[in-house]
Structures are given as C-alpha cells and as structure tokens.
Design a protein around this ligand. Sequence first.
Ligand code: NAD
Length: 457
Amino acid sequence: MSDIDRRDFIRTTTLTGVGLALGSKEALAGRPGRDHAAASAVAQETELFRAPPLETVRVGFVGVGHQGSSHVTNFLHIDGVEITAICDISPERVAAAQKQVTDAGRPLPAAYDRGPFDYVRLCESDDVDLVFTATPWRFHAPVCVTAMEHGKHAATEVPMAVTIDELWQMVETAERTRRHCVMMENCCYDRTEMMILNMVRQNIFGELLHAECGYLHDLRELKLTDFYEGRWRVEHSIHRNGDLYPTHGLGPVAQWLDVNRGNQFEYVVSMASPGRGLNRWAAEHVGPDSVEARQRYALGDVVNTLLRTRRGQTILLTHDTNSPRPYSRRILLQGTHGLVRKYPDERIHIEGRSAAHRWEELRTYRDEFDHPIWRALEEQSRGAGHGGMDFIEDYRLVQCLRKGDPMDMDVYDGAAWSAISELSELSIAQRSAPQDVPDFTRGAWRTRPRLGIVETG
Ligand SMILES: NC(=O)c1ccc[n+]([C@@H]2O[C@H](COP(=O)([O-])OP(=O)(O)OC[C@H]3O[C@@H](n4cnc5c(N)ncnc54)[C@H](O)[C@@H]3O)[C@@H](O)[C@H]2O)c1
C-alpha cells in the first residue's frame, strides 16, 4: 500500500469500523438490546477466570509502530517468551521488528505483511498462544475477537475498543472461547499509582470519596503530521466529540475504587469546550490555507466527564489533547482521612500524620508504601517505555499466563474503562444527559474479589 492508499484506508475504517473483516455473523453479535444476561455463566463464577498455565508463551504481534515495537523490546527481556510472528501493513516495520528479535539472538519470527487483514492468517497459525495488538483503535476489537475465535489469548493496547458494541463482542467472545482478553493499561503499573493502590489497601485514606484523573497531553503536532501511520489518530478528532482516551487516568482510579470488584461505574455526564487547538496549530505550522487548518474538527479541546459509582463516589475525568500544556494525568484521590495528588508534583496530606492544612512530599512515604513488584523489578524495568511501567505490565501479563493466574485487569475491566468513550460522546450529543454504564459482569461485580497486592515469583 502507498502512503496515500494507507491514509484513505485508515479514513474509511475510522468512519465505518472494521467489523465486517471478522467475516462471520457470530463476530458481529453483542448489539445493544441483546439479552446479555443469558450470554454466558463465566462472569457469574465466584472465582476469577484462569486459563491453563503455559510453560512458554509464544507471541504474535499485530501492529509494530511506536508502541508495538517497544513491547517487542520488553518481551525480549522476559523469561519464558518466544516471539513467533510479526504482522503489520508496513513490510518495512515487519522487517524492522524481525530484526529486533534476531539481533537479540532469537529465531526469526514469521512475517505477515500482506495487507490490513493479514492478522487473520497470524491468528490461524499454530505457533502462537498470545496475539498482542498495538494497531490503530478500530482494529483492536477485530484482531482480539479473531484471535480468541482461533483459540489464542488476546492483549490489546488502549483503549480496548471504540464502541460499546465492540466491547460486548469482546466480552462475549472471551467468555465463549474461555480465552483471556486483556487491555494493556500501562498506567496501572506506574510506580506512584501502584504505591497509591498499596496505601488504599492499607486504608491510609479512609473511605474513598472522590477522584480526579485524565489524559492531558499536547498531541497537536503528532496528530497533524505523519507521526501516526496513515494519520489514523486525527481521524477520531475529526469525527468524534467525547473523551477519546479515558483509560490512562481511569484505570488506576478504578482499581483503587474496586470497580467491577464490589463497586461499579453507575452513570456519567460529559461536557465539551469549543475546539480551537488543531485549527490554530495547523494555521501556524502547516499554513493558514492548508487542508488541516480548514478542516472542521468535532472534538472539543477540553472534555470533562463526571462519573458516579455505586458506592456514591464521584470521579472527574478530563481529556485534553489539543492544548499547549505539559503532560498530565491530573491524579487526585480524596478519602475521609486525607488525599494524594500527582501532576505537576506528587503531594499528600493525611490527617494525624501530616501537619494540619499542609501538603507533604509523597516521596517521603516511598520506603513505607512502595509496591513490592516495583521493589522487585526496579532494575529490570530501567530504561523501558514510559518510565519502566510498560515492562512491568508486560511482565505481569506473561507471569499470569505462565502461572495460570487471573489477570490483574481482565476483559470486564477493559470494557468498563473503555466504554466511557462512547458514553461521553452520547452525553455531549444530548446536552450532557446522564448515560448508564453497561454492567459487563451482569451482576458479578458484587462478589468478584478485589485486586490484591501482587508480587513476583
Ligand atoms: N499505553 C500507552 O502508553 C500507549 C502509547 C502510545 C500508543 N498507544 C496505543 O498503541 C496503539 C498504536 O499506537 P502507535 O503510537 O504505536 O501508532 P503507530 O501509528 O506508530 O503504530 C500503529 C501500527 O499499526 C500498523 N497497522 C495499522 N493497521 C494495521 C492492520 N490492519 N494490521 C496490522 N498492522 C496495522 C501500522 O502500520 C503501524 O505500524 C494505539 O492503540 C495507541 O492508543 C499506547
């Protein structure tokens, strides 16, 4: 495919989705209005889902651009892994990822570079146990569903999918095929977020009342240049007005608040500001008469969403990828006994420990509350993507598959966290009308065990 062909292809698939690529009526199941309660008993089981342990995890990667190739590097440093297949629409990227593997002294992985649906052949292969996709968002659901239909476990970059319809397909396919489908939310493995989880489990903040989080990252240049293959990312800004990328902030917060494990997101309301950033940046950097400057973008620059949980807690979630600003996930967690915050600095105040009305530096709590997995993997994760957290998440995925353990984040978590995107779009389109969050667990959230403080070994 030429660059122009690829861009046209991305444009079409962003608008229409790629559901038909799944090739079966079955794969298109899960539409709203179906009786999901009757779909499967897996969600109702009292134990979290476990798959039989794998001695070696044979991985096939689909999409080896910026993030996919970084995962390839991580997997080359984890014991018990073989990278057996690489798929991308760009043959050059397939070759580069193959070279990453052979340069590490490992056997050459098979190449799948015959176009946008060649991942189907990879999923059919007998040499793969886990299909890991880091493709543009519209491909996450088709790749994962196809992988599971062929008996493979699936892992996908964030968000798990774009629409609630796709999320139901993924939940139902995981249940029917008894395969894992994991959304790889690396921010759940950030050292500070994991330390906060450890503190929450030790009841340092008391009863949790309110959280704030988000994804505030100036992506104007990346969206409006050729950084992303075929400029896939800006297509979402052109056509959608909502929180396009909710899970980096929401994932850790959901774990602190036991969402899907004793608690649930109940409903959301959203509002969007005017959208100015992309036009302004394009006029200045591409030219006032450029296509990019004259384009109409649906996305508001600042999108705020309020979520309410079944326990009555509130979460303020912000999405801003079009403004000049330093990176932030704007973390705040308030409990009855105190609060913690992150971005731009990390501060804490705990009643009885901190001086009244004063912040303390969070790092002074590190020795007491650092998460054990970070203590154990600090050296190994040094230099890996996003401050090392990407290595820890990949390590945990492999560890769970090799031990036959439940995932830290399972298909229900990925679905609940990702569903906020379409719900925010619907709320904004209806003058901030509240939108109920689907219960992908069909009631099992009441008894599913909370995420513990996992260790290595
Ligand atoms: N967790 C994080 O911190 C983080 C960071 C960056 C990106 N991501 C996610 O990773 C994913 C990829 O983002 P990126 O920045 O690497 O984008 P990218 O454009 O650099 O990479 C996407 C790759 O997918 C390939 N591709 C596109 N369609 C394909 C298809 N049908 N079959 C096979 N390959 C296909 C492209 O050729 C490209 O190599 C996105 O879901 C993004 O949200 C996550």
